[in-house]
Design a protein around this ligand. Structure first.
Ligand SMILES: Cc1cc2nc3c(=O)[nH]c(=O)nc-3n(C[C@H](O)[C@H](O)[C@H](O)COP(=O)(O)OP(=O)(O)OC[C@H]3O[C@@H](n4cnc5c(N)ncnc54)[C@H](O)[C@@H]3O)c2cc1C
Ligand code: SF4
Length: 478
């Protein structure tokens, strides 16, 4: 009888790929985890219990067929594992690196629930696709036939690119417009290299360009080209612009020099550290933490990326202020631990009240406690009267989250319907809006969310759009 290759969780412990030592990794912007060796990937995949109802798959936004590709990895059938993995995910090697697996697939793994620690799903997913790239199994996109219809996609982030990939595979003429000079959206300029090295993103951009996707970069819709002009030019439009309006802070001194937005800070760092660009505000020190006492305000993933970037830039000290406690922070626990290992100090239950200095010298901080739960059941932070103190700072980074820009006004399209949060009103499963031929996907529909959800939206929207194009073509043929 053949040996049972799976269910090894009883005898094999969970093991992640090697994590580089904090003192070494905090000096560069390279990813912090090494790749699994082949035998290790097979061993870790073999821990899967192959459950009849795979909760990991149900909790993956893409419903990846995780048990099957774990089984194929455990038995050394890697090329088939890659085929199964890429059938549901446009960028598996990116999700394997940056999905918050503890909240998605791995957090719901059945062996985790039974106390044996989850299968390392993300690390295996990354390993499978990195191996596929190395071995030439990731083939160029070659449409079987060309279609006459053209689709314009506004935004080259994961949502727009996932849609571009599927539409181009079906032979549609695709043009992607973006106001940045490089494609990838937040994969390129938001998320730092130590979580996602940029060649991983650039090779996907190249693959799409080689497939005939036309990229029009440095082109801002609403400024360089109007939305109306774009609608004239294409049979359909997909809006995939993300959310970029930073939430702001008030209080005395909030306009002082040295208080900057997280997105500006991270974009400058990504440009300089990963692409070797020259950025004037980095050169001048405005967006450079070297030698400074840095205070980052916020408790989400953006704040985690800022504190860890500041450490790598050579800050004198890095503190993170968050108004709730560790258990109630929105950011990933894994990233918080990584940040602590690298030397970041977290000041839980603290909130800024104001700032001192024309060029910032200190943050005036209130200590907080958690009060009664609000309507959502979350405890509201309350100020502890008389607890105020000064936190010395010469660079303050605001990482309080993002909201949508006012697209109907900016694009002079009052009929583009938005929700009360300013996100575009679109069907989640198709991206269709009330405007004929206009679709929307990703953060601009969901609000600030995750890469894996943007990919899901892009894929769903491409499928709906193809079916709409087919229906139109059928009517025209009649
Ligand atoms: C700092 C940071 C770290 C994050 N870390 C993670 C993480 O670890 N894991 C995770 O899953 N998610 C993470 N996220 C969230 C994730 O990056 C987003 O949910 C995802 O990128 C959304 O994809 P999108 O395609 O909707 O938009 P985006 O990636 O934002 O792309 C939108 C694109 O549209 C372009 N654009 C906008 N307006 C216009 C216009 N008028 N004309 C032309 N182009 C325009 C922009 O330049 C951009 O390239 C992070 C977000 C941030 C800010
Ligand atoms: S896409 Fe994300 S949630 Fe889905 S299996 Fe991969 S890492 Fe897990």
């Amino acid at each position: 009888m053949a040996k049972q290759p799976m269910l090894k969780f009883v005898t094999v412990n969970r093991d992640m790929p090697e994590k580089r030592d904090a003192t070494v990794r905090s000096k560069d912007f390279d990813e912090i985890y090494a790749e699994f060796a082949a035998a290790k990937a097979a061993e870790q995949a073999s821990r899967c219990s192959q459950c009849g109802v795979p909760y990991c798959q149900n909790h993956c936004p893409l419903h990846n067929n995780i048990p099957d590709w774990l089984n194929l990895t455990a038995t050394g059938r890697l090329e088939e594992a890659y085929q199964v993995s890429q059938a549901t995910n446009t960028f598996p090697e990116i999700c394997g690196r940056i999905c918050p697996q503890d909240r998605l697939c791995e957090g719901n793994c059945v062996i985790e629930q039974s106390g044996h620690e989850t299968v390392t799903i993300g690390a295996v997913e990354k390993y499978i696709t990195d191996t596929a790239w190395e071995n030439g199994w990731v083939k160029p996109i070659t449409p079987a036939q060309e279609r006459p219809e053209s689709v314009g996609i506004i935004g080259a982030g994961p949502g727009g690119l996932a849609a571009a990939d599927m539409l181009r595979r079906a032979g549609v003429q695709v043009t992607v417009y973006d106001r940045y000079d490089r494609a990838g959206g937040l994969l390129t300029y938001g998320i730092p290299g130590f979580k996602l090295e940029k060649d991983v993103v650039m090779r996907r951009n190249d693959q799409l360009a080689q497939a005939g996707v036309n990229f029009v970069m440095n082109c801002e819709i609403g400024k360089d080209v109007t939305f109306a002009e774009l609608r004239e030019k294409h049979d359909a439009i997909i809006v995939a612009t993300g959310v970029y309006k930073s939430r702001d802070l008030g209080g005395p001194g909030a306009g002082a020099k040295g208080i900057v937005k997280a997105i500006d800070y991270l974009t400058a760092s990504n440009r300089v550290a990963n692409f070797g660009d020259t950025v004037a505000e980095y050169e001048s020190g405005e967006l450079n933490a070297a030698g400074k006492k840095v205070v980052v305000i916020g408790g989400g993933d953006t704040a985690m990326d800022c504190v860890r970037t500041a450490i790598r830039q050579g800050a004198e000290s890095v503190k993170c202020l968050y108004r709730r406690d560790r258990a109630n922070m929105p950011g990933s626990q894994r990233e918080t631990k990584n940040a602590e290992e690298e030397g970041v100090v977290f000041e839980w239950l603290t909130a800024p009240k104001g700032f001192k200095g024309d060029t910032v010298e200190a943050v005036i901080v209130d200590k907080m406690r958690l009060g009664a739960p609000d309507a959502s059941g979350r405890q509201s932070p309350e100020v502890i009267e008389g607890s105020e103190y000064d936190e010395p700072a010469d660079l303050v980074i605001k990482a309080l989250g993002f909201e949508p820009e006012e697209l109907p006004t900016l694009w002079d399209q009052p009929e583009l319907e938005v929700t009360r949060w300013g996100t575009i009103k679109a069907e989640f499963t198709t991206g269709r809006t009330a405007m004929p031929g206009v679709y929307a996907v990703g953060d601009i529909v969901r609000g600030a969310s995750l890469v894996v959800w943007a990919i899901r939206d892009g894929r769903d929207c491409a499928e709906a759009l193809l079916s709409d194009l087919n229906a139109k073509a059928a009517v025209a043929a009649e």
